[in-house]
Design a protein around this ligand. Structure first.
Ligand SMILES: Nc1ncnc2c1ncn2[C@@H]1O[C@H](COP(=O)(O)OP(=O)(O)OP(=O)(O)O)[C@@H](O)[C@H]1O
Ligand SMILES: [Mg+2]
Length: 251
């Protein structure tokens, strides 16, 4: 699930709905993410800007993949397509064999997307209510929700801020809240757009713990950030790709 759906709908009201038939779900353990020949352009006619020109990417259980590329290369567009927020014009997106349109609810329960920036938080809500509200939207069972929220606030070291209003916390604290929202429903695939923004060392450590726990139970993580930033040097990525001229190159 992602919290930028509304923003995005306003940005691109003419978003075409994919018309292709989705391939049958593979029966034997489909991977956390399978992108097949994904094409996506922004704008129309003369202003048409093809951004993804045939992207293929498969993430296996336990994967921790990095996708880099220059500013404007299409990394965020790729994550939006992979999260089901926007449709690909050609090609397919499957997560565990689930199609984001056909299997919407289950896809949203299993796939989480952290958008770049600091949006998606309601100023007047407290940190706890913000995370709880997101857990509801992400289909966390009503009975399990208080425990899930408590566990996630603890995991992201937010318990001391649980009753603080979201417009009265710092940028790094906001980012921790956004990360807590991303992880609260125990997703199996996590798509992270520049997740390190504003985090201090301890913030990076709690994020790493969440990523490791997810991978240990067979989940997968895709981390996107511009080439040349510090994330690129991480030793724990299982694979690295660069998005260039609309295609992924393994590096
Ligand atoms: N909603 C939109 N409408 C029209 N064009 C868009 C939209 N979003 C992105 N683009 C264009 O698509 C291209 C890729 O943008 P995108 O945000 O995917 O790049 P990025 O690789 O994430 O860049 P950055 O490193 O700066 O975050 C850019 O040329 C951008 O102007
Ligand atoms: Mg981006």
């Amino acid at each position: 699930m992602s919290f930028e759906a509304l923003e995005l709908r306003e940005q691109s009201p003419d978003e075409p709905t994919p018309v292709q038939a989705v391939p049958d779900r593979p029966t034997d353990a489909p991977p956390p993410l399978d992108l097949m020949s994904v094409h996506k352009a922004w704008g129309k006619r003369k202003k048409r800007n093809p951004v993804l020109k045939g992207v293929d990417l498969t993430l296996e259980p336990g994967a921790f993949a990095w996708v880099g590329g220059r500013n404007g290369a299409g990394k965020t567009t790729l994550l939006r397509v992979a999260s089901g927020l926007i449709g690909a014009e050609e090609g397919y997106v499957l997560s565990y064999g689930l199609d984001p349109m056909r299997d919407r609810a289950e896809f949203q329960r299993r796939v989480a997307f952290l958008s770049a920036g600091n949006q998606g938080i309601y100023a007047r809500l407290t940190v706890r209510i913000q995370v709880d509200t997101w857990a509801r939207i992400s289909f966390v069972d009503r009975k399990e929700r208080p425990a899930a929220v408590q566990r996630t606030l603890e995991a992201f070291d937010l318990l001391d801020l649980a009753d603080a209003r979201c417009d009265r916390i710092s940028m790094g604290q906001r980012q921790r809240v956004r990360l807590a929202m991303t992880f609260v429903a125990d997703p199996d695939l996590v798509l992270l757009d520049e997740p390190g923004t504003s985090l201090d060392d301890e913030g990076h450590a709690v994020l790493n713990n969440a990523i490791e726990a997810l991978r240990a139970r067979g989940g997968a993580v895709l981390w996107v950030s511009p080439s040349g930033d510090q994330a690129q040097a991480r030793a724990d990525f299982t694979e690295r790709h660069v998005l260039k001229d609309g295609r992924l190159e393994q590096v």
